[in-house]
Ligand binder design. Structure first.
Ligand code: ATP
Ligand code: MG
Length: 440
């Protein structure tokens, strides 16, 4: 992509209304614009990041055996009256009336809708287990939308819903999502620690929030340093390996991690002082087992192996896809701007000419741009007639993992500069070697 043809509105100054670094950087680097309180438009560069995050979430959900679908944003209030949540949900729900005066709402979540969709078609124990998910916009009329996309009113969420014959099956579905979450966040280049969460009226140990550590996080967190040594990816572990999944859950449960809501002073005190870590964190995901709460209320039943009717056990599993854009920036930035982990970067390489009036530089840049593009390397080419320093400043701000910097001084010696955005390390390299280096 050529910067000269991009809509990439980069701001020099920090917007006054932004309080935290990720919000400031998202506005300055032109990722989003607010269109109403807590509601954002995703500009091209932000949209590219959002799509990359969404795709990682999708691939890991699919690998874990969940199946993608798409449910609408607008729901009928009748569904929520069946579960009893229509009144319970409160003012966070955006309630709408259609022209026939029917009560509708903009969905804050989809337990009711999916339970209603599957209840006529899941008929027997042979139809279970199932896990269905979608990646769809939600609306919650937050009292205090703030921190940009981190606490918006309209936000993109992945929500998955599992249906199992019994609690043992539901536990396995839960463990599979736990593993999928660990892999998902690791692929995005961030560490999200699973912390025991309040599991509400059902009790039990099956609710975890996934927390990215960052000083601006909204919750206070406490965890055992042993968490830092856990192999999050668990490459050896297969989703069909039930004993392995139980083992992973046992390991996670045995390692202390809690938010202020579930913090247990007695267990905390047992930890050796040097292993106690405290800080603040951002909730990027939440998984939850709730048994037959919705299936019972909404009449979902299947015939069991012995012919008796059985109420399936359910869980739901959310990831804040749009919140993650902000959370990743909170966890990965420096004074000059964003530092994108490669897997979610809007482009891999930024190509910059220091002197747009130097014909040789432009020739080399055009040639490299064509070759990188042909090799499938996502490249943002700053071909504008701007001062080199200005272009480098916006490249640092945008935070692509690599920069290729082309100027007459280097070219006189047959080299260009290759800069690693994260380390700041620069090497001189011949233009011919750049593509090979970036594709190896
Ligand atoms: P929070 O405690 O932050 O209000 P929640 O517990 O109400 O979130 P869940 O119902 O667990 O949220 O939703 C699943 C995920 O959706 C959360 O883990 C979070 O990442 C994301 N999310 C929830 N509310 C918002 C919001 N207002 N803006 C952006 N993302 C959100
Ligand atoms: Mg939550």
């Amino acid at each position: 992509m050529r910067v000269s043809r991009c809509f990439l509105p980069v701001l020099k100054e920090s917007p006054a209304d932004a309080q935290i670094v990720s919000h400031k950087l998202m506005l300055r680097a032109g990722l989003v614009r607010q269109t109403a309180a807590g509601i954002y438009a995703w500009l091209p560069i932000g949209f590219r990041v959002l799509k990359k995050i969404e795709q990682i979430v999708r691939e890991e959900q699919d690998r874990a055996g969940a199946q993608e679908m798409l449910m609408p944003t607008i729901q009928s209030a009748d569904l929520w009256k069946e579960s009893g949540r229509y009144d319970a949900y409160g003012p966070e729900m955006l309630r709408i009336k259609d022209r026939h005066d029917r009560e509708m709402l903009y969905g804050p979540t989809n337990e009711e809708m999916l339970t209603a969709i599957v209840r006529d078609d899941l008929k027997s124990y042979r139809d279970l287990p199932r896990n269905l998910y979608h990646i769809q916009w939600k609306f919650r009329d937050e009292v205090r939308p703030r921190f940009g996309v981190m606490r918006g009113r309209e936000f993109l969420m992945k929500d998955a819903y599992s249906f199992d014959l019994d609690e043992e099956g539901a536990r396995l579905s839960y463990y599979r999502q736990l593993l999928a979450y660990l892999r998902t966040f690791q692929r995005m280049g961030i560490q999200a620690v699973p912390m025991k969460a309040d599991s509400g009226p059902i009790g039990g140990d099956l609710s975890h929030e996934f927390i990215v550590l960052a000083p601006t996080g909204e919750s206070e967190v406490f965890y055992d340093a042993a968490f830092e040594a856990i192999d999050w990816n668990q490459k050896h572990l297969d989703y069909t390996d039930e004993a392995g999944l139980h083992g992973l859950f046992a390991q996670v449960s045995a390692t202390y991690a809690a938010t202020d809501e579930t913090h247990d002073e007695a267990r905390w005190a047992e930890l050796p002082e040097e292993r106690r870590r405290t800080g603040r964190g951002i909730e990027v995901g939440h998984i939850f087992y709730f048994g037959d709460k919705y299936s019972a209320a909404m009449g979902l039943k299947v015939s069991g192996q012995d012919g008796n009717m059985v109420t399936p056990m359910m869980g739901s599993y959310g990831i804040g896809v749009s919140r993650l854009v902000g959370a990743i920036i909170e966890a990965s930035h420096d004074d000059a701007g964003i530092v994108w982990p490669e897997e979610v970067a809007p482009w891999q390489v930024g190509l910059v000419t220091m002197r747009a009036d130097d014909a040789t530089s432009v020739d080399v840049a055009e040639d490299l741009y064509a070759r990188l593009t042909a090799a499938g390397v996502e490249t943002l080419y700053d071909d504008r007639d701007e001062r080199g320093g200005v272009k480098l400043g916006s490249m640092d701000l945008i935070g692509l993992p690599w920069q290729v910097i082309i100027g007459p001084r280097g070219l006189a010696h047959g080299v260009v500069e290759l800069k690693n955005r994260r380390t700041g390390e620069k090497i001189e390299i011949s233009p011919d070697a750049v593509v090979g280096r970036l594709t190896s």
